[in-house]
Design a protein around this ligand. Structure first.
Ligand code: SF4
Ligand code: SF4
Length: 288
């Protein structure tokens, strides 16, 4: 069972929710793994109390060009969607830092001038906090291949019946988010009632609609009497998974890193609603 926690915009409380949902589900007897796929800025691990972490370096294939075999036909340059290839003075050159490792140019080059070599892009850290296993993908500085690393984090902890993977997604709705939520059984979008958050939420919802994924929205940092965001979601017929109140006590606890128990205790009813959505998705998925 793969559950992604995503958001259209950063800073809405996505990682906070990933941590709290993981701890809540674990306290209810579930076998939970938390995967931090926000690989450019992973911080869920900062709030996990683990001992030593296991590390695995991750590589991705990047093409190399043999100039003696290149006939300068330009097929690879035309094919590359990321402008990582150019033909200069009759020979192809590659800008490896722009390459997304799709492998297309290697297949398309009929002269056999291209082969792939493995390049390191990041590290996966694995640890456990009580009964929760957690995995963190961390992209190396200067690398752009986040989807490749995200795919490796997800592969490391495959989908198993009876187990729940909570996946902290990168914010936004570009390639890294799409790679993270792809094939997930349900997505919770975390949004706060601010104009920026609502605009980006709408874009994220459009992306998930196009991908045909099931999702619901967690309204976070809701002020007393707030109804702009909830009204918008109701009008759009979008399921509201939970409404988490804005709280000064929580903000203070967050700054000291000890917010999870307080959040779960003060919003227990809302986390029970989230649990019910996950359980109902689980019943459907396990029947399929
Ligand atoms: S497709 Fe092959 S032969 Fe043609 S320009 Fe690219 S590397 Fe050279
Ligand atoms: S592998 Fe894909 S992204 Fe990389 S250079 Fe070739 S076509 Fe471009």
């Amino acid at each position: 069972m793969q559950i992604a926690i995503a958001s259209g915009k950063g800073g809405t409380g996505k990682t906070t929710m990933s941590l709290a949902i993981s701890h809540f589900l674990s306290s209810r007897g579930n076998d939970v793994t938390l995967l931090d796929c926000d690989v450019e800025e992973p911080n869920a691990g900062l709030f996990m109390h683990s001992g030593s972490l296991k590390e695995r370096r991750v590589t991705t294939p990047v093409p190399e060009i043999d100039p003696s075999k290149c006939i300068g036909c330009g097929v690879c340059e035309e094919l590359c969607q990321y402008n990582a290839l150019a033909v200069l003075k009759g020979k192809a050159v590659i800008f490896p830092e722009l390459c997304h490792s799709c492998g297309g140019c290697v297949i398309a080059c009929s002269s056999g001038a291209m082969k792939e070599r493995d390049v390191e892009i990041g590290t996966i850290f694995t640890g456990s906090d009580g009964s929760i296993t957690h995995l963190t993908g961390k992209l190396d500085i200067g690398k752009i291949q986040s989807p490749g690393l995200i795919g490796e984090v997800k592969k490391e902890k495959k989908n198993h019946i009876g187990k729940i993977n909570i996946i902290d997604s990168p914010p936004g709705n570009s390639c890294p988010m799409i790679e993270t939520v792809r094939e997930c059984d349900h997505v919770f979008l975390v949004a706060e009632p601010s104009p920026f958050s609502m605009n980006d939420l709408e874009l994220a919802m459009e992306t998930l609609d196009k991908m045909g994924l099931k999702y619901s929205v967690i309204v976070n940092k809701a002020k007393e009497g707030e109804n702009e965001l909830t009204g918008f979601l109701e009008k759009r017929n979008t399921e509201i998974a939970a409404v988490i109140s804005d709280s000064l006590d929580l903000a203070v606890a967050y700054s000291s890193g000890n917010f999870i128990d307080l959040l779960i205790e003060s919003e227990k009813g809302e986390f029970e609603k989230i649990e019910e959505i996950i359980n109902s998705r689980r019943r459907i998925v396990e029947c399929q």
